[in-house]
Design a protein around this ligand. Structure first.
Ligand SMILES: CC(C)(COP(=O)(O)OP(=O)(O)OC[C@H]1O[C@@H](n2cnc3c(N)ncnc32)[C@H](O)[C@@H]1OP(=O)(O)O)[C@@H](O)C(=O)NCCC(=O)NCCS
Length: 207
């Protein structure tokens, strides 16, 4: 198991399909959670959930750049609540797909929480951790988020993270979405990451 980052209340770690499928199923079998994620996101059995975790990990590893691979990046990470060790959601940092589903050079951050864990600030806390990781470890110059215009809860997360609204775009996922972006902080540009993690509001953990 790879722990990627640690915040005050959360651990961000890789998914372990054999062990985590049931907890992932709690998230992705809930139509309220998948409402804005598209019908294909709704999972109907623990077994298909397990297979989906495996597929996500394999696909992301295949596409990963050498830097990302060196950091064990899978693109989809489990968010674990420290107090209970429960998986409360998924945090994403991966290449945005173009209209044909092929990876672009643009990276997106994304968040999915199980219903019982909404309203606690976890998406914002985990999102901040992934922005810190993307800027300070992967050296990304800019990170995007794409959100359906009706998904107000997710738009509020981008606002809390200080992401700038850029307008509507058709460039990704073959659908019109609101685009948000955050540029790397000046002091992190071109940095290799090691020292600056201390300033990142959370810390890298066990990679
Ligand atoms: C989008 C989603 C992750 C947002 O979840 P959320 O709980 O509203 O967002 P956060 O975890 O950042 O929590 C913020 C909320 O917790 C509240 N909160 C409570 N305690 C808090 C704390 N200690 N720190 C910060 N916020 C806290 C905030 O006031 C805020 O509520 P508000 O928006 O009503 O003001 C969630 O609705 C979800 O999983 N949706 C389904 C999947 C989805 O659509 N993902 C987005 C695809 S683009």
């Amino acid at each position: 198991m790879t722990n990627l980052w640690e915040t005050e209340r959360l651990i961000i770690r890789s998914w372990i399909p054999e062990r985590d499928a049931e907890q992932a199923f709690v998230i992705y079998s809930d139509p309220e959670v998948t409402h804005f994620l598209g019908k294909a996101s709704l999972v109907t059995s623990v077994e298909s959930q397990r297979q989906r975790l495996i597929d996500n990990i394999e696909r992301c590893l295949r596409r990963a750049t050498p830097t990302h691979r060196r950091n064990n990046g899978t693109g989809y990470w489990a968010i674990v609540e420290k107090q209970t060790t429960t998986i409360v959601g998924t945090i994403i940092l991966k290449q945005l797909p173009d209209k044909d589903g092929l990876p672009t050079q643009d990276y997106e951050v994304g968040w999915h929480l199980r219903r019982a864990s909404w309203g606690k600030g976890y998406a914002t806390e985990a999102g901040q951790a992934m922005l810190n990781y993307g800027f300070s470890v992967l050296n990304l110059p800019v990170i995007y988020a794409v959100v359906k215009p009706e998904n107000h809860a997710s738009i509020r997360v981008t606002e809390r993270l200080g992401m700038k609204p850029v307008g509507r775009t058709n460039k990704y996922y073959n659908i019109e979405l609101l685009l948000f972006q955050l540029d790397a902080p000046e002091e992190w540009k071109g940095n290799r990451g090691a020292v600056l993690e201390q300033r990142a509001g959370g810390r890298r953990s066990g990679v």
